[in-house]
Design a protein around this ligand. Structure first.
Ligand code: CMX
Length: 136
């Protein structure tokens, strides 16, 4: 697998409006984008820390993945996303190794990235996202 860096950490919050001031006023980061990803039933807010981003996730539907996560576990780290070169080949390789894929083929995520998730039951409890920038 050709991972290049941690693309972002996804953090589930109940409300972007109440969480963003902590990231801006206390951590001194700047929210540079807010984007709704309707398919994922989330609204996202992005911050950069060096090469890595923080993606805050507010659920727009209690039955969506983040809504269910917050109901079960509360706010906190929801997933880790690695940037990878060759996403489809990587997914095929991971499937060959017997891991459970949530997405067998890439789909569109926030910021126009191609993304795919690996099931946390196959990855020691950490929901894992692989992303590839189609413009690189
Ligand atoms: N991290 C670790 N474990 C998680 C988890 C997470 N983020 N979300 C769910 N789980 C665990 C649950 O705790 C549960 O474990 P137990 O069986 O031990 O209780 C198990 O997975 C099943 O959880 P569930 O609430 O029944 O949820 P589902 O099986 O319906 O869905 C998952 C779980 C991971 C398949 C689903 O959330 C998913 O497809 N996620 C990928 C998409 C996503 O998360 N989108 C939001 C972010 C989008 C973005 O970044 O833009």
């Amino acid at each position: 697998m050709n991972l290049t860096h941690i693309e972002h950490l996804g953090i589930a919050v109940k409300s972007l409006e109440t969480a963003i001031p902590y990231y801006e006023s206390v951590l001194g980061l700047k929210c540079y984008a807010i984007e709704e990803v309707a398919e994922q039933k989330v609204k996202t807010a992005f911050f950069k820390v060096g090469q890595t981003k923080i993606e805050l996730l507010e659920s727009t539907d209690p039955e969506g993945p983040v809504g269910k996560f917050i109901e079960k576990k509360g706010e906190g780290v929801h997933h880790i996303a690695f940037a990878v070169n060759g996403l489809q080949e990587t997914l095929d390789m991971v499937a060959d190794k017997g891991l459970t894929l949530i997405d067998k083929a890439p789909r569109k995520g926030a910021e126009g990235l191609n993304i795919a998730f690996l099931h946390p039951k196959s990855t020691f409890g950490v929901l894992t996202e692989l992303c590839e920038d189609p413009n690189k």
